[in-house]
Design a protein around this ligand. Sequence first.
Ligand code: GLC
Length: 646
Amino acid sequence: MTKQISSHTRITTLLIVICIAVMLASCGTMAGLSQSKPKSLLTYDEQAKEILATMTLDEKIGQMIQSEYVGMQDKNDIQKYFLGSVLMGGGSDPAAGNSLEAWTDVYDEVQSIAMKTRLGIPVMYGVDAVHGHSNVIGATIFPHNIALGCTNNPELIEKIGKITAIEMQATGMNWTFAPCVTVVRDERWGRTYEGFSEEPEIASILGAASTRGLQGNDLSDPLAVAACAKHYIADGGTSAVTSQGRGGPAFGGFNFGGAAMTTRGGTRVTLNAGNSEFDEDTLRKIHLPPYKACVDAGVATIMPSYSSWNGTKCSASKFLLTDLLKGELGFKGFLISDYNAIDQINMRNFKEAIAISINAGMDMAMEPTRYAEFFTFLKELVEEGTVPMSRIDDAVTRILRVKIAMGLFDDSRSHLTDRKLHEIFGSKEHRKVARQAVRESLVLLKNNNEVLPVAKNTKKIFVAGINGNDIGNQCGGWTIQWQGQSGNDLTEGTTILQGIKDIVSSDTEVVYSRDGSGAAGSDVAIVFVGEERPYAEGSGDNGDLSLSAQQVEMINSIKSEGIPVVAVIISGRPMIIGDILDKADAIVAAWYPGTEGQGVADVLFGDYKPTGKLSFTWPKSMDQIPINVGDSDYDPLYEFGFGLSY
Ligand code: GLC
């Protein structure tokens, strides 16, 4: 879609992007960010090659496989197949539940089995700690990346990485599949909230900051974890495929049962794991920079995307995996496939799929249940000469480099969890940082008659809407459960409503109504709208981002009582809000704040003046989507970089 754009708009837009990039970069140097680059992984090459020389083919192949804890038929398969890694996938929970103890016990169980192998090489235990150690009850849950992208604060994002790593190490988990550095070009995609921005510069600076926070300056630090930049490449640039009628949401190219996300007209849209269709110049300009930034920051692992580029699966592309990433960008860590992503290369011939992906440059396979089959096929492929031993040796050398850098070969260290860290898991100090992240991520979109900040001694405050009193909804997907879960019994945290009650003066009356009834007589109404069902991946693909009729009606009826209305949008992306624009006196984008809902109250009541700036363009209507800064005919409701203050 190319249309004429006024030179004025083009210049303005360019200036916005430059200003943000300079601010982000200057924050980094001014605030003493650990700009020093960690040791190159090549430092460990000699030791890696020494270990490699002692390994049998079976042991080498085993290191290239990651199974799923819950998916394993027998946990002793870790020893039997010399597995290099185990993961807890998004929906996997320890049999004893998602407590800190249960997760720690799982890690120690797995590591103990791994240490029984001939070489006793510890596993890397992978988990999606994508906004804190977000699977474990009681963890500090930070705002999702879309919110962090509005903070312009790489130092804060680095601090969040450090805390996430500490809380992970409290359970032993030493590898996170984060940061997601996708550059999201179409907010109808269900993974929009996992990205920092639609703009590559922000995704680059914050992705690198997150990597530095997670990995520290020395990967062998017991409080550091290996990071994983994902999903390489252009996972956020896929073309929307619309279809009529309802169908299960797409997850990684598979269809699973679940609420189909369709537009009101019944048109279903699918972007997840789709096909990105544009030339190499666009790929390099828009989608490659965050990976260069993370490679330069020393990221240990990178996860190729389920999606395709111009019809070729990223997980099958030698150009993308070997020539561009390992060759041109000089990536020295290793590539971990996405969950069953190799299988999807050829659903009818797994062995063929394995050959294609490993020869393209994939180093470790995330095979939750088919790890034994994978082991057998890859061994056959090597023995047949289809996969050269040099490729196996390169993959295993890369894996060993990372494990050595992580200190996993340091015999002086216990490889079981340091349970003293349980004392600071979900600590007040960690939650204070999360609360600050919430404050800095909120974006003030409208504030007529300075209705905000609300006075703390207001006589009667009416609070309405499900999202104002629901920990699960304010955390979003990838929280305790893969898809997240509504409700207040999901994990420990503070609802936004509780934050409001805690901040107002003692003689202020706060009335809460889930459906917005009973507002009469209140001095001000704070009404929560947005997305009322957490989601993850394909089940969040949605062709209609407008507020529900019930939410619009709720605001209309409260406004008809003559009460000033503050609308707070809890969502994983910009929503279409034209129907409330003239009714709400103030509008705040709060995204998915995580467990520390007080941070929202801090801004609404003036303890913190809003500083957030949109890292995503806010469209007027669905017809405008996709719309991104720099586009021709750029005429959104709120521009990229927009944000008011008090
Ligand atoms: C999922 C996601 C990926 C995640 C992986 C492990 O399919 O695409 O982001 O890290 O599986 O849970």
